[in-house]
Design a protein around this ligand. Sequence first.
Ligand code: SAM
Ligand code: SF4
Ligand code: SF4
Length: 348
Amino acid sequence: MATIGSAQSTVVDQRNRGLHDLRISVTDRCQLRCRYCMPEEVFGKDYVFLPKSQILSFEQITLVARASVNLGVKKIRLTGGEPLMRRDIDQLIAQLYSIEDLDEIALTTNGLLLPKYAKKLKAAGLDRVTVSLDAMDDEIFSEMNGGKAKVSHVLKGIIAAKEAGLYVKINTVLKQGVNDGQVLALAHQARDFGVPLRFIEYMDVGNCNGWEASDVVDTKQVLAQLETIASLEPVNPAHIGEVAKRYRFTDTQTEIGFITSISEPFCGDCNRARLSADGQIYTCLFSSVGYDLKPIIQRQGKTDDELVSFLTAQFSSIWQQRDDRYSEIRFNENVEKQPKVEMSYIGG
Ligand code: SAM
Ligand code: SF4
Ligand code: SF4
């Protein structure tokens, strides 16, 4: 990727963790109401989403992205809310694509709008999409997503992404007693598509999903179920900070991953920062507060290069103060339970 230059330097936080990934939430809105993310009772018709006037433009997002790349970010993931609900998102991708030293642009989506946009996204420079799909059975899928989409809609999105030449992964959040019986059906579908499938432990993100530790599905049980299809072999991590523990079916080579943030936290390697749609940097998915970059982004009379340099200094100072490790300490009794930022606002 090339044209906008940068002078890359690395920065580490209080726990000696570098900055490698930036997740950018481009909107806090979504057409679904997954119960573990945006339950309808809370995100109903009276819910107040971010006003348009507060949302960063693509140019402003690109300035922050350039600053993050100056500090070591190699990978950007667009998320939300539902990122494909942000109009002309391909134009943002094209702007990000022009940043030198950025290796990869990915996007996480519920997949519903992929048939419409997959080709445009690919043409703009998107490398990968992760599509969320929690069940193969429509009734169970409805129970997970609030009844607003059918499995076939998501499958069409996955097919469109594959046809457009995007590298595709499927993400499944497992909730005990709701979709834990869907493991085999999902694995068969992933094998048919030839795409990796990752099971994510249901997390206590935000303040309104009613999470309980007993909702989390035991990874060993899932593995045992999968081994009834074909044997699985472990796959070595591709890089430091890889969150998924990966396996491969020995017959089809389809990969299965587990993101075990509850049972086996990975804070020690966590190298991800998050930018909200309204310009706040969050250094942990479970943060209570973010750091507002808007006062810098909106400075008048400065060139883009000057703004990027101010943002780089500010981002560097934020990262150097970082000491987060929520998942390692979530069950400690003396951890003060503060309100957390919502997943739909900060991005997954
Ligand atoms: N709307 C897009 C989607 O659903 O893929 C992107 C945003 S969503 C917040 C990003 C990811 O977070 C999705 O894969 C979703 O399943 C996951 N997620 C949301 N709430 C979660 C929770 N409570 N525990 C675990 N994963 C969650
Ligand atoms: Fe929307 Fe994604 Fe949250 Fe589901 S997980 S409500 S699709 S943002
Ligand atoms: Fe990173 Fe926070 Fe998750 Fe730990 S809890 S892995 S620090 S986002």
